[in-house]
Ligand binder design. Sequence first.
Ligand code: ZN
Length: 500
Amino acid sequence: MASSYEALRERLRTINNINKAGAVLAWDQQTYMPPGGVHDRGAQLATLAQLSHGMFTGDDFGELLDLAEDEVKDLAYESDEASIVRVTRRDFEKQRKLSADLVGRLRRHATESRNVWVKARQDDDFPAFAPFLQQTVDLSRETADAYGYEDRPYDALVDVTEPGMTTADLEEIFGTLREQQVPLIKEIVSRPQVDDSVLHQPYDEAKQEAFGKLVVGRLGYDFNRGRLDRTVHPFEIALSIDDVRLTTRYDPNFLSMSLFGTMHESGHGMYEQGMGRELAGTGLARGGSAGLHESQSRLWENIVGRSLRFWKAFYPELQRTFPDQVGNVPLETFHKAINKVHPSFIRVEADEMTYNMHIMLRFELENDFLEGRLEVRDAPEAWRARMDEYLGVVPPNDREGVLQDTHWSTMLGGFAGYCLGNVFGAQFWEKAIADRSGIPDEIEQGEFGSLLEWLQQNIYRHGRKYQPKELVQRVTGKPISTQPYIRYLKAKFSEIYGPL
Ligand code: ZN
């Protein structure tokens, strides 16, 4: 490759090193840092972010990008070189659109507003948080204006986390899901309910940890290039392709939290460990979008990890680990318990069937805020009305309603990926088992190599080369569709609740 492209690669490597040094500090902050360190750590992270932002958005970087663009213009769209230049150009243009002033105000708002939100949630005091939510709405509008959009303000925000997708795309996807899922949920709730008391017993934390590690190691998460630590809000973080870390939290009286939480994060982790090495040191060596990332965590956690086949392989080991808790519990009882559907108030505790409704509600209210159809003061009531409509339950207070998530203390537009992940995940899964029909039987034997290799070849190694619509089309030969997900839900929950 000619010299400007190599010079661009070198510059990207330096910027990436700064960003990853920041990631180490962020990981440390959320795992081992003493609470007293929080103030200075914030300043350290801000310095690194400014340094990297300055290097990435400077005029000299733009000139280098122009030259490199010229050098790769005849290369194939799929080539690493053309892709690295194309995606870097997109990131460059986006980052340059936010002024230093706006970025500074966004950061200050995030810090102040998050503190107010923590207290307002504790006190169940929406009026105390309302002025800050108003600022979030105003700043989100300003950010959308700065990025620019043709049609709807939300278009500009969703394009950051789901490149190439629009509000109209999401409305179509969410609309079909709502039409299908609301009646399914109503039907399931009317059937005899599942008893999940087997999961709510004392489970020794050290044994939970050992079992969780055993499971995700067998799935294919590589502990030579990763580790598992404890935190309050679990996450996965990649410090490089060869150092991808997971975190989890334990409830000593509830098995699901850590077990499925760890499987979830391991899905994110295997995605990052599977990046193509030719993309290392660029902004392309990470998951393709929030929704694509979530497609992998949910595929491994839900489609694989909550299936009867999977537990045929792992239940005997679980029974050996916890003989007092599950030694005499039939596999079928356990399988039903881990798939119990129960409409509830809190998004992060929602089951697989009701989860999407929580996301739709937020997506709709965010658009209503941005487009002036909803005033901040009316948000609690709008929240309750939608909960009632979609899930048939109404939170008794705002702490379990509009105040439950931290997202609205900083920015709108952060939720769509959680729902898209379910849709993409099911679509990929359907294609994977069509391509390799042995996968389900292998899972029943506790073997996951064939599935992991398919995902690596088709999805993981591409990183951010392709946008979600492109990747889904390339991998499955079809545009994004909710049908595989609906088929999956009906088949799976028919096993638990009878034919649906
Ligand atoms: Zn996730």
